[in-house]
Structures are given as structure tokens and as C-alpha cells.
Ligand binder design. Structure first.
Ligand code: CO8
Length: 259
């Protein structure tokens, strides 16, 4: 696939994906969703990378929502198909076996807040704003905002944000647990990279298992506790486990191969 709306670069083994429709405040249209889907279900899995950063072009927005201009004339079936594609894509991000961090450099509204929540962590710039304003349009969230927001901020506060369409600023997002860190404007990607480079020194198979186990907690069809028992045992069959424990005994830095 040729990327048109995503700008993808690699730095130090980290893929940096820039949502690149600055004039539309990086709103996610059908093409952008297809590109995200392709990256997280195919291209990104084949790349030799240790993590991914998602950010928005320009200084104003991470992503200001789904592209509202595509909504007009859509039928109920069109809406369901579009929401399903978004759910599948955002699940692929959430379950991506390498860490994915959202560097939120401005508005993260509607689909933008949902995209950030599908990532494993969120770094907010001081001017970032989060919100689910769909009710302003006579809609609910369509890319799992009504489900994931509860996971971060709890039911009562989620009800409030979803029904008032209020935007929250970065410090409040931090205090609610939606943002992991707040950093000065322009330092969002650098902070995300700092975290990813630290994670890159750990055992990659173990990192993938951590992602699976944490996600299992929120999956009604899985027993996260049983998953952790299995993961712990399975990791003992890996050469990363042998290398990690040997390096500890030999008082040296582990050199993991991801096997
Ligand atoms: N879609 C399309 N275009 C957008 C969007 C958007 N979500 N947001 C901004 N733009 C465009 C504007 O239309 C404008 O374009 P133009 O210059 O051609 O008129 C340009 O970006 C700049 O925007 P503004 O002039 O409005 O900039 P302001 O600084 O005045 O305001 C805001 C910034 C507050 C972010 C404002 O643009 C805004 O409120 N945007 C819409 C936010 C929103 O409602 N987001 C939720 C969208 S719905 C959604 O995400 C549902 C997800 C699930 C979908 C499921 C599929 C069925």
C-alpha cells in the first residue's frame, strides 16, 4: 500500500507515524483508517522495529476526530461498517506486539482521543486537549471511546465527558490517568522515544507478553490471571530468559535477541 495520509519514518529502530492532514487537523478519513489498518496488521509487523510513536502533523492537533465531512449521506449500514473497521484497526494497535505510544501534540477529539486510548501509553504536550464530542453531532463515539474511556477514568467521569462533550486539558488528563506524562509543547515525541528506547533494552518476547496479559484483563472472553500463568511459563522456554538470567548472574547487561 502507498501511504498518502500517514508519514512514516524510522529513527533508532522506532517507527514514527505522523497523521499528515494538517489542514483538516489530521481528521481520520477512510483512507487514513485503511493506512493505519495496513501498518498495524501487516507492514508494522514485518518491520525490524522496537516500538511505534503516533503523532499529528503541525502544532494544533493530534487528531481532531473522524472526518466529519465524510459522514453526510451515510446510511446506518455504512456507519456500522465504518465503526467496525475502526474497532478492528484500533484493536490491532492495542494488541500490537511492540509498544505503541501516542505523542499527543494538540487536540485529541473523538476518533483522536479513541486512537490515543488504543495506544499503550499517551504523552501529552502542555496544550493537548482530550474529549469525546460526538454528542454535539448527535452521535455516540464509534471507535470504542465509550468502552476505553471507562478503563482509564472510571464510569462516572466517563459518563460526564461523553455526555457533556467537554474537553479536558493535559494536566487533568494526567490526574485522571488518561495521560502518562505531560511535557512542554514540542517535546512529546522526544519523551515517547525516551520511554521506547528504555523498553528496547528489555526482553522483546516478554514485552509482547506484558501487552497480551494487560489487554486480557479487559477482555471478557479471556482470563487474564490464567494468561499470566501461561505467559510466565512459556517465557522460560525462550533464549531471552536464559540470556536475561545469565546476564544477571554474570553482572553484565543482557543482550536480548527476541527469541
Ligand atoms: N473532520 C473534518 N474536518 C475537520 C475536523 C473533523 N473532525 N476537525 C476540524 N476540521 C477542519 C475544519 O473543518 C477546518 O477546515 P476548513 O478550514 O476547510 O474549514 C479545519 O479543520 C480547521 O478547523 P477549525 O477552523 O474548526 O479550527 P478551530 O481552531 O476553530 O477549532 C476544533 C478546532 C475545536 C478542533 C474544531 O475544528 C472542531 O470542533 N472540530 C471537530 C471536533 C469533533 O467534533 N470531533 C469528533 C468528530 S466525530 C468522531 O470522531 C467519531 C469517531 C467515530 C466514527 C465512527 C464512524 C461511523
Amino acid at each position: 500500500m502507498q501511504y498518502k495520509n500517514l508519514l512514516i519514518t524510522e529513527e533508532d529502530g522506532i517507527a514514527i507515524i505522523t497523521m499528515n492532514r494538517e489542514k483538516a487537523l489530521n481528521a481520520i478519513n477512510t483512507q487514513t483508517m485503511s493506512e493505519l489498518n495496513y501498518f498495524f496488521t501487516k507492514d508494522g509487523l514485518e518491520r525490524n522495529i522496537s516500538g511505534v510513536i503516533l503523532t499529528g502533523a503541525g502544532s494544533k492537533a493530534f487528531v481532531a476526530g473522524a472526518d466529519i465531512k465524510e459522514f453526510s449521506g451515510m446510511s446506518s449500514d455504512d456507519g456500522k461498517a465504518m465503526a467496525k473497521k475502526g474497532h478492528d484497526t484500533f484493536f490491532a494497535i492495542e494488541q500490537f506486539p511492540k509498544p505503541v505510544i501516542a505523542a499527543v501534540n494538540g487536540f485529541a477529539l473523538g476518533a483522536g482521543c479513541e486512537l490515543a486510548m488504543a495506544c499503550h501509553m499517551r504523552i501529552a504536550g502542555e496544550k493537548a486537549r482530550f474529549g469525546q464530542p460526538e454528542v454535539n453531532l448527535g452521535l455516540t463515539p464509534g471507535y470504542a471511546g465509550s468502552q476505553r474511556l471507562i478503563q482509564f477514568i472510571g464510569k462516572g467521569k466517563a459518563m460526564e465527558l461523553l455526555m457533556t462533550a467537554d474537553m479536558i486539558k493535559a494536566p487533568e488528563a494526567l490526574s485522571l490517568g488518561l495521560a502518562n506524562h505531560v511535557v512542554p509543547v514540542g517535546e512529546e515525541v522526544a519523551k515517547a522515544k525516551e520511554i521506547l528506547l528504555k523498553i528496547a533494552t528489555k526482553g522483546p518476547v516478554a514485552i509482547a507478553k506484558v501487552i497480551e496479559c494487560v489487554n486480557a484483563y479487559f477482555d471478557k472472553n479471556q482470563d487474564g490471571f490464567a494468561k499470566e500463568v501461561d505467559a510466565f511459563g512459556e517465557l522460560m522456554d525462550t533464549s531471552d530468559f536464559v540470556e536475561g538470567t545469565t546476564a544477571f548472574v554474570e553482572k553484565r547487561t543482557a543482550n536480548f535477541e527476541g527469541k
